[in-house]
Design a protein around this ligand. Structure first.
Ligand SMILES: [Zn+2]
Length: 190
């Protein structure tokens, strides 16, 4: 069951709905999920639409591009063929980006795009923020499965694996984060 604001291709609707369910804050915000033949350097990409950037923050809309395939040394790998939970984790990470974008003003968001292209340290910060948002919304199991899938998949491009290691939270760091959040929760609620 998803809202009219969300455009979701039929073949990933179940996975997207599960991920969206973890982000009640994104209710009512237009997000279009769209397959692309090939995205350079990544499997999915969350971005604000240009038109939305000229409007007030609450009128913004987003696009999540999904590469139909990703590069394996010499071979093609279809995104739809990865295990369902891995796909959900991937989508959850992108929704984490959207949540991060939602908390930024328009100018800040444009600056974000520029810094993302230019500064390695900034990429690291942005990717970690996306992971943290997804983890804090209860998606740690999915996010972990996605990480492990990428890191353990020997066939996946080494360049991509290096990129993941360099910029993203490691499985151990995610476990740490889950532990921390659990102890915060316990501390507050007990
Ligand atoms: Zn990302």
């Amino acid at each position: 069951m998803s809202e009219p604001e969300k455009k979701i291709p039929k073949n990933i609707k179940t996975e997207v709905d599960i991920a969206l369910h973890h982000f009640p804050e994104l209710e009512g915000i237009p997000i279009e999920f769209k397959f692309k033949k090939n995205i350079k350097k990544s499997v999915m990409q969350a971005q604000p639409t240009w038109g939305g950037l000229l409007k007030p923050k609450n009128k913004r809309s987003y696009k999540i591009l999904i590469s139909e395939k990703f590069k394996i040394s010499g071979e093609e790998f279809k995104t739809l063929d990865v295990p369902r939970d891995v796909l959900i984790g991937w989508i959850g990470h992108e929704l984490g980006h959207v949540l991060d974008y939602q908390q930024r003003g328009n100018l800040n968001l444009i600056g974000f795009g520029i810094r993302y292209v230019l500064l390695k340290e900034f990429i690291k910060k942005a990717e970690r923020a996306a992971d943290s948002f997804a983890v804090s919304r209860g998606m740690s199991d999915y996010i972990l499965k996605t990480k492990r899938f990428i890191l353990n998949h020997s066939e996946i491009d080494e360049v991509y694996k290096d990129r993941i290691k360099q910029y993203y939270l490691s499985p151990d760091e995610i476990m740490e984060m889950v532990k921390e959040q659990d102890s915060i929760k316990d501390g507050n609620l007990l």
